[in-house]
Ligand binder design. Structure first.
Ligand code: KIV
Length: 275
């Protein structure tokens, strides 16, 4: 699939975009081979790959390391890298982080969390030529102040903040906005009101695109599965079963078999034994 430009992505408003996360060479390769439109190296890697209980400990170095690996797995994909917690508090800091993610690691765009309050940061990035994907609703880096991992935008004030936040991100120049864990009707309103693509996760079917976490989709993460996740396969079970069969065959002497072993010339062996 040909990599879209940012301008082409903006024009995909109204089309259904499929985005998945990927964090390393094999996952990025599989996701790209499957033909998804967009690949996100999310800071969710803190939980599903690094075993933290939130995204907060994820560092810029972590993101660079994983984005590089994902880029090697998906050289032609439009690759977005998350700016991790506390890596974009000022325009200067945001530019440093974006430079690492784009120049050192090969991302095509960055994603950052927040609405109206991050507008000056997004504007500074855009002035420097950095394409930005916004993210409002449940923003995992500030989940604690939002009351935890729970539905956002249920009351009028909170819903208004989300609508205004998405509009501010559009005005600042974002090419798209992720809407996480908001009522479907609110996501629909935001999608109707802004001219850039919305990409939903736990935000109903009316967004322009959808995103899910790779490990949730393929059944590789069982720590906690939000209700909006759909599991398409149970790869974790298949992998556990394969590992158990391997261990069993090693213990029974059934692995390696002849097919996995190498022969040597009989006369060489005889000479070795003879000496
Ligand atoms: O970090 C992540 O994976 C994300 C998606 C869930 C949107 O931000």
């Amino acid at each position: 699939m040909k990599k879209p430009t940012v301008l082409e992505l903006k024009r995909k408003k109204g089309e259904r975009l499929a985005m998945l996360t990927a964090y390393d060479y094999p996952s990025a390769r599989l996701v790209a081979e499957a033909g998804v439109d967009l690949v996100l190296v999310g800071d969710s890697l803190g939980m599903v790959v690094l075993g933290y209980d939130s995204t907060l400990p994820v560092t810029v170095d972590d993101m660079v390391h994983h984005t590089r690996a994902a880029r090697r797995g998906a050289p032609d994909a439009f690759l977005i890298a998350d700016m991790p917690f506390l890596s974009y508090g000022t325009p200067e800091r945001a530019l440093e982080t974006a430079a690492r993610l784009m120049k050192d690691a090969g991302a095509d765009s960055v994603k950052l969390e927040g609405g109206s309050e991050v507008r000056p940061i997004v504007e500074a990035l855009l002035r420097a030529g950095v394409p930005v994907l916004g993210h409002v609703g449940l923003t995992p880096q500030t989940a604690s102040s939002l009351g935890g991992y729970r539905l956002q935008g249920k009351d009028e004030e909170n819903a208004r903040r989300i609508v205004e936040g998405a509009a501010a991100l559009e005005a600042a120049g974002c090419w798209g906005v992720v809407l996480e864990l908001v009522p479907a009707a609110l996501a629909r309103m935001v999608t109707e009101r802004i001219a850039i693509p919305t990409i939903g996760i736990g935000a109903g079917a009316q967004c322009d695109g959808q995103v899910l976490v790779f490990h949730d989709v393929v059944g590789l993460f069982s720590g906690f599965t939000p209700t909006f996740v759909k599991r398409y396969t149970e790869a974790g079970e298949a992998i556990r079963d394969a590992c158990a069969r391997y261990a069993d065959e090693v213990r029974r002497g059934a692995f390696p078999g002849e097919a996995q072993s190498f022969a040597m010339k009989e006369e060489v062996l005889k000479r070795l034994y003879g000496s």
